[in-house]
Design a protein around this ligand. Structure first.
Ligand SMILES: NC(=O)c1ccc[n+]([C@@H]2O[C@H](COP(=O)([O-])OP(=O)(O)OC[C@H]3O[C@@H](n4cnc5c(N)ncnc54)[C@H](O)[C@@H]3O)[C@@H](O)[C@H]2O)c1
Length: 355
């Protein structure tokens, strides 16, 4: 592994060298092979840990420093990489500004995934969601500014579409938020926009739509629907579907989301910067269809029971992903059904993972 002097790691210094043409192109290409030091917040979580493994395998990356307080993340998500030579762990909260400043030292790119997810959690405790998602994100953005880290890719959310009835969802047509969680995710987008303009920084927001895949926890009151269904089918216990099962979502396999993050982190297209993008597969699946796919995979004839619709849930959500396709070259290759197959295999083989 090529080790570089820290001054090489600052993207502003890199562009200065490029501008002054002090290095020939060949030498610059050589140096840019492994010059990226990433701060990954929320790296012990579901999406973060999938992204972590991909970043550690990326030859352009020389360090991935995970910052996580394990509020909803799992130590076992870091188990297989904990001795990797490019991996570092900072166990701290993004709500602690001094820790954010320390974690930012020597970093070139930030991937900000840490947050308190879940609409119901935010309805039960809006203050906790506000503190982590808004105060924590502002801390990360400001610490990046102070340390001269220019590129920040952050997890946004389809919840920002709120009560908009437009389908498919297009980035510039949002409605009013339907939950405290949606408010926080929208405020983070606003901060990113203002920081980009005011401090000449490069932000990219990725609005994820119902992500699923390995390492997503089925445990706790705020678990997402796919791990809950997988767990129920594996335990042969009928799950409860909120409502009649006709609500639909644009379920997105996590590898597609990882791809979008990597394209955003390393894009050299100026046009792609300081924008938000839908990150989804671009196909709607109802909850009943979803349950049928999982039962078919598991060879199960389990029948679900039905409960009331949840507060803050909209009937349908479907993304238009043409903006990410065009500007980020995002190309989701794993379909919902293939993703469900892979996920089911993982849950079957890792039944004791979240105990
Ligand atoms: N999973 C989805 O479908 C989905 C959809 C839209 C947006 N998102 C967003 O994607 C991101 C990742 O979500 P996920 O599903 O992987 O959730 P997750 O709960 O598995 O991961 C979040 C991680 O952030 C960490 N974290 C929480 N509070 C922290 C704090 N104060 N300091 C440091 N770390 C902290 C947690 O410990 C956890 O490891 C979040 O920003 C979430 O809002 C997820």
């Amino acid at each position: 592994m090529l080790k570089l002097d820290k001054t090489w790691l600052n993207p502003k210094i890199k562009s200065k060298f490029l501008l002054e043409n002090t290095l020939c192109k060949g030498a610059m290409k050589y140096f840019s092979v492994c010059m990226y030091n990433i701060l990954l917040t929320g790296g012990a979580g579901f999406i973060g840990s999938n992204l972590l493994r991909a970043l550690l395998n990326d030859e352009r990356v020389s360090l991935v420093r995970v910052m996580d307080n394990f509020e909803t993340g799992y130590r076992q998500n870091l188990e297989e990489v904990k001795n990797h030579q490019k991996f570092e762990l900072v166990e701290a909260s993004i709500c602690d500004y001094n820790s954010c400043l320390k974690a930012m030292k020597g970093i070139t790119h930030v991937s900000h995934q840490a947050a308190l997810g879940s609409v119901p959690r935010s309805i039960n405790n809006p203050i906790a969601t506000n503190n982590t998602n808004i105060v924590g994100s502002l801390n990360i953005f400001n610490a990046a500014k102070e340390e001269g880290v220019n590129r920040i890719v952050y997890a946004a959310s389809s919840s920002t579409y709120g009560d908009s009835k437009t389908l498919p969802k297009v980035e510039d047509k949002i409605g009013k938020p339907l939950s405290p969680y949606a408010v926080t995710k929208y405020v983070v987008e606003l901060y990113a926009d203002v920081f980009g303009k005011t401090y000449d920084m490069d932000f990219i927001g990725l609005r994820y739509f119902n992500v699923f895949g390995p390492h997503q926890s089925p445990k706790g009151a705020y678990a997402a629907v796919i791990p809950l269904f997988m767990d129920a089918v594996l335990n042969n216990e009928p799950p409860t579907i909120n409502g009649d099962g006709s609500y639909s979502r644009d379920f997105t396999y996590v590898d597609n989301v990882v791809q979008a993050n990597i394209r955003a982190l390393f894009t050299d297209s100026n046009e792609a910067l300081n924008e938000v993008y839908n990150v989804a597969f671009g196909q709607k699946t109802t909850l009943l269809e979803l349950f049928d796919y999982i039962c078919a995979e598991a060879d199960s004839d389990l029948k679900p029971s039905h409960g009331p619709n949840r507060v803050g849930d909209i009937p349908h959500s479907l993304a238009d992903i043409s903006k990410a396709r065009e500007l980020l070259k995002y190309d989701p290759v794993i379909s919902v059904q293939d993703g469900l197959k892979g996920s089911f295999e993982w849950y079957k083989e890792n039944r004791k993972y979240f105990l």
